[in-house]
Design a protein around this ligand. Structure first.
Ligand code: 5GP
Ligand code: ZN
Length: 137
């Protein structure tokens, strides 16, 4: 369940020391090395999963419960004005470290730290078809 060549496996399992905000049997929460804002943190599972596609349903549920718990604590501590939870999967979506992780990013008024997407116009027919197709999967 660990990958010897994975930096996040080493950090999550304590082989590389880190400033740890939270730890239990399944996860470690650390600060990002190159933060988008003050307090930017990462939830790392102790087991190695490449990304969201590989994670089991039970772990996926635990990750979001932990994200909730951490965001409440971090909001109180950092007195931030908002909060983003981001989770990138594969290179074209911005994933650079291929061990599942969830970003916890406190936001401060005027920080201009993230521009998530440029909104486009939706096609009503296409939306209808896609929704039907996906319901049928
Ligand atoms: P991704 O782009 O894969 O969603 O996010 C990877 C994140 O990991 C980046 O925000 C990057 O700054 C952070 N990161 C990369 N290497 C290290 C490291 O060795 N330690 C810590 N704490 N963060 C890292
Ligand atoms: Zn790993």
């Amino acid at each position: 369940m660990k990958d010897d060549n994975c930096i996040f496996c080493k950090i999550a399992n304590g082989e590389i020391p880190s400033n740890t905000l939270f730890e239990d049997d399944d996860f470690r929460v650390i600060f990002d090395l190159s933060p988008a804002t003050k307090g930017h943190a990462l939830i790392l599972p102790k087991n190695h999963f490449r990304n969201l596609y590989d994670i089991e349903e039970e772990t996926a549920g635990k990750v979001f419960k932990l994200a909730h718990k951490m965001s409440v604590k971090m909001k109180d501590y950092f007195k931030c004005d908002g909060f983003n939870i981001i989770q990138n999967n594969e290179e074209c979506a911005g994933q650079t470290v291929f061990h599942f992780h969830m970003h916890l990013i406190p936001r401060y008024k005027g920080d201009n730290a993230l521009k998530l997407w440029a909104p486009k116009e939706a096609d009503a027919e296409e939306l209808k078809k896609m929704a039907e197709d996906i319901r049928g999967l």
